[in-house]
Design a protein around this ligand. Sequence first.
Ligand code: AMP
Length: 301
Amino acid sequence: MTEPTAHPAGTAPGTAGPAAAPPVVVSTPEELSALRPSLGRIALVPTMGALHSGHRRLIAAARADADSVIVSIFVNPLQFGPGEDYQRYPRDLDADVAACAAEGVDVVFAPTVEVMYPGEQLVSVDPGPMGQVLEGEFRPGFFAGVLTVVAKLFHLVRPDTALFGQKDAQQLAVIRRMVRDLAFGITVLSIPTVRDPDGLATSSRNAYLSAEERTSALALSRALLAGADASVTGPIGILTAARAVLAEAEAATPPVAVDYLALVDPGTFGEVTGEYRGEAVLAVAARVGATRLIDNVPLTL
Ligand code: AMP
């Protein structure tokens, strides 16, 4: 791992562009603290690495409102359940640091599990009722794991702003709620979902998909688009249109196994009824082969 280095003369933190210095890579809270006085206003982009175009768009957005951008890279064991993909989750720190360099990131914080969780983590953050539905129902403990690591990263980095993708809309909503309910005093910003040209939302987990599985997986974004196209018809019409696409995909080879399709209030993640008007999120989760994918689209009803 690269040792912390001072920014070379003339390349102040926050100076983006092709000639930007490579990021300083640190792995401990002490190294972060030593750097902190030179960083000014900090924007934090928490990630699990295997950086792709979605992460890069987040990093680019982070630049807009900060003197320095810190990207954290940590595959958080607390948010993986038994039998999930913690062991096989893609890890490539060198490629991630190169991607961060290309985006003009100032600091990469890449702690080990021992640094983040030096002892048994007895205390964790309870996501409340929003953490029990949809992803929370299919991945028990997931949001407690996410909030616990995000809270810890916030305390270690002490950023002014933190950026998250709307790709993980329920995660974004639960984090916003934690920041509000526990008065973190951090501004949470988000960006729209970045998609490949074929419509598939970019994800580190897309690397698991075979060519055939990827073709089947395109049904997720197609279903969301069909739902969005039906938005004037209200909740039932939206869900019917999206379900029709997913039903075909469930019969395809390889099949798409749908965990849920739901139209929810973006603030609470409660399902909306036929009378609902306003902002909504149409969210889907499905498995294709051994890969579990999530996607969503914002709608105005
Ligand atoms: P991850 O590394 O999967 O934990 O994601 C780190 C951050 O990147 C989260 O805030 C995600 O919501 C965001 N992100 C992941 N994929 C995308 C995407 N396709 N578009 C926008 N943001 C994304």
